[in-house]
Ligand binder design. Structure first.
Ligand SMILES: [Ca+2]
Length: 262
């Protein structure tokens, strides 16, 4: 999500809450915190203002934002080389993507228009509309899941593109806002918390945050600007490999999670 135009309107409570909770040592009964171990580092396109990231059949799919610069690409995971790419029309700010069957679904930020692409050709098959903003997206074997910067994740039927229900995400009784890029990981939803180094692990049935992944320090290179935040989670469910990156980051990291001792 775009920092400069949204910073005044977005509720900032949660990262502060989570950060203070992490610093406190999480002494009270609370969900676990996970640190990371980098298993592999792969190149990432520094021109990519990453909004969506996923792995399908061993290939990396990435969507990027910014008007006039948004695209969707299929890439070699280990080299980052582009295998197929389509530009999003210049009037749209590209956002999250998900793949369901042979179709790739893509959101736009404030245009309230989504696109359905043929996965093999990247040709637009149809469009769909929705209320509010589009941020992150993921899917399981039944549904699409979309965030909009609020504390709700929309559950969407991939055939009708109708909203089925909403997952209201809370942490210790507090609404968790700024949910951004999403990833379905073995029955949980992982969500970048926009503007932070944190990923929330969410129970999709209850909306409860069941754990927090702290990626502070994963990259220490100077970024181009304040928008170049952690964003992008991809999970290879067959190999159980978890990948993360950020906007304009030079690296894509495969990481393992280690629960922090209290
Ligand atoms: Ca993802």
């Amino acid at each position: 999500m775009y920092f400069l135009t949204n910073i005044k309107t977005i509720h900032r409570k949660l990262p502060v809450l989570l950060a203070s909770w992490l610093l406190s040592g999480a002494a009270f009964a609370s969900p676990p915190v996970y640190d990371f171990v980098i298993k592999h580092t792969y190149p990432h396109d520094t021109d990519a203002f990453t909004e969506g990231l996923l792995i399908k059949d061993g290939y990396l799919y990435e969507s990027t934002g910014l008007k006039g610069k948004s695209s969707i690409s299929k890439r070699d995971l280990k080299t980052g080389h582009v295998l197929m790419k389509v530009d999003v029309p210049a009037e749209y700010f590209g956002e999250g993507i998900a793949i369901f069957g042979n179709e790739l679904f893509a959101l736009t930020w404030q245009s309230q228009v989504g696109f359905v692409y043929d996965l093999k050709t990247f040709k637009v098959k149809r469009k769909f509309s929705y209320q509010g903003e589009g941020w992150g997206m993921t899917n399981d074997s039944d549904n699409l899941y979309a965030s909009d910067g609020s504390s709700d994740i929309r559950v969407i039927n991939p055939k009708t593109l109708e909203e089925v229900r909403r997952i209201h995400v809370t942490f210790d009784g507090h609404d968790v806002t700024r949910l951004n890029e999403l990833e379905w990981v073995d029955g949980e939803i992982y969500s970048n918390i926009w503007g932070s180094n944190l990923i929330a692990r969410i129970n999709p049935l209850t909306g409860n945050v069941t754990g927090v992944i702290d990626l502070t320090g994963i990259i220490d290179l100077p970024m181009r600007g304040p928008d170049d935040v952690l964003n992008g989670i991809a999970y290879d469910g067959k190999l159980k490999h978890l990948y993360v990156t950020g906007k304009h980051w030079p690296s894509l990291f495969e990481i393992e999670l280690k629960e922090r001792k209290k």
